[in-house]
Design a protein around this ligand. Structure first.
Ligand SMILES: Nc1ncnc2c1ncn2[C@@H]1O[C@H](COP(=O)(O)OP(=O)(O)O)[C@@H](O)[C@H]1O
Ligand SMILES: [Mg+2]
Length: 443
């Protein structure tokens, strides 16, 4: 069985080869442990229904050997690989797999759907030229051994991850670099410290520089390596254990800083830590320490966060404030899309279209310039046939007689499954899409 799904309409497709035990993203294989893989298969084959923790323990992991916290660890690993908006947590009960899933074998027999096309998408980045230039400048400085720290602030869906992806993809095409990524996730029950940093280290240990990274970690950061199962061999682990007597915070902090500098000594190193609004205190202390360090290093640390969720998190606000005020870090604040960017988005997404000139402004106004909201809204317009192709050209058919897909409530439900903010904008958008009041949609 081969399953295909995507996070969002225009994001890369994931391909799950159940028989071969492999997961692919846009043609690249993603290494997953046996158990996270089994959990993913179970979730994807029970799409959009609640899968309880007990069910996963009983059917996938084997109840004796596994615990609920292990389920959480595996699901966290899956979220790092798949991104937000794929596995939803149903608080205290379990998980729900959100994206629509296509079974390639069935598609092949039922219709002539072009499977290779589904599996391969090129994602275009709209706008953000200035932000990309800023990232490049920081990378150039890092390459000259001036350690760099850059914070990127933007609400949910404004395009932080997309910007960083585009920067790394573009830079890696012309320069040798090592990059790794880790994400903080919304706290759910007791949380382990340093999750995002362990993810980033695990990412490094899987990449092309694996051998050197593991050697560096064994030498400079044994405490970290010992807490990453499956990376060191048993014999290495035994040796490391003799050297490590405790894993207290100052020691972990020092070890990590030395290891990262050692990795960056040969090749520029870009570490991306995402969604710091959910970071634990220990992770924030590492970032503060890296910001204070004066040792020259070819390291660029990029940290993203949602500034609007900062107020109750004084620790993060203080780390960012101190580092930027002392001139040890810079900050990019992502702005909303203007009408021009919405218009570019429509052009890239639909190719040949004859939309009225006011459409981009109407969508921009409804979506408040948020790219994710724009995407959700346009998905709805398309599936409601408000946007539809006529003789190969996409048009806005404001008075279409086709029945819109589902009810207003269904729209809001789909919207809230992809968006964790308030429902109010969804209600408003749903009314305008489903009821099509005269005067809102351009003629
Ligand atoms: N500059 C952009 N160009 C094209 N699509 C974008 C852009 N920024 C964001 N998007 C789309 O909006 C959605 C949310 O973007 P994402 O980068 O995940 O936001 P964030 O990380 O800030 O929450 C993604 O599906 C992405 O495809
Ligand atoms: Mg993101």
């Amino acid at each position: 069985m081969t399953l295909l799904f995507r996070r969002f309409h225009s994001s890369p497709a994931f391909r799950l080869d159940v028989g071969d035990g492999k997961l692919w993203k846009d043609g690249c294989e993603i290494l997953l442990g046996r158990k996270p893989f089994a959990i993913l298969v179970h979730l994807a084959t029970h799409q959009n229904r609640l899968v309880t923790q007990d069910e996963l323990l009983e059917t996938v992991l084997g109840k004796q050997a596994a615990s609920e916290s292990l389920v959480r660890t595996h699901v966290h690993r899956l979220r790092v690989v798949l991104g937000d908006g794929v596995i939803q947590t149903v608080a205290g009960r379990g998980y729900r797999f959100l994206p629509a899933v296509d079974n390639v074998d069935e598609l092949r027999s039922v219709s002539d759907v072009d499977v290779p096309k589904l599996a391969k998408t090129s994602r275009s980045t709209i706008g953000r030229a200035q932000e990309l230039a800023c990232l490049e400048t920081h990378f150039r400085r890092a390459r000259e051994r001036q350690r760099q720290l850059l914070f990127i602030d933007g609400d949910q869906g404004l395009g932080k991850t997309t910007l960083v992806d585009a920067f790394i993809e573009q830079t890696a095409r012309g320069t040798r670099l090592v990059s790794a990524r880790g994400a903080c996730s919304q706290p759910f029950g007791r949380r382990e410290p340093y999750v995002a940093l362990f993810d980033a280290l695990a990412d490094l240990c899987r990449g092309a520089h694996r051998k050197r990274v593991v050697e560096v970690l064994a030498r400079y950061a044994p405490t970290w390596l010992l807490q990453m199962p499956g990376i060191a061999t048993d014999a290495e682990e035994e040796r490391l254990r003799l050297r490590v007597r405790d894993s207290v915070e100052p020691r972990m902090l020092r070890e990590l800083a030395e290891a990262l500098d050692a990795i960056a000594a040969q090749t520029p190193l870009v570490i991306v830590l995402e969604d710091l609004q959910w970071a634990d205190a220990a992770t924030l202390n590492v970032i503060a320490a890296l910001a204070r360090s004066r040792t020259p290093s070819r390291m660029l640390l990029i940290a993203t966060f949602r500034g609007s969720e900062l107020a109750p998190r004084r620790h993060l606000a203080q780390v960012i404030g101190d580092a930027t005020i002392e001139g040890r870090a810079d900050l990019i604040s992502l702005g909303s899309w203007t009408e021009v960017e919405v218009s570019d988005y429509l052009a890239v997404r639909f190719g040949r279209h004859a939309f009225p000139s006011g459409l981009a402004a109407a969508i921009g106004q409804l979506a408040a310039g948020n790219p994710l909201f724009t995407e959700i809204l346009v998905d709805e317009l398309e599936s409601s046939r408000l946007l539809s192709p006529k003789d190969g050209i996409w048009t806005l058919s404001a008075r279409s007689r086709q029945s819109p897909r589902g009810s207003r409530t269904a729209f809001v439900r789909r919207w809230t499954s992809r968006w964790s903010g308030t429902r109010e904008p969804a209600e408003r958008a749903a009314a305008l899409v489903k009821e099509r009041p005269a005067g809102f949609w351009p003629p």
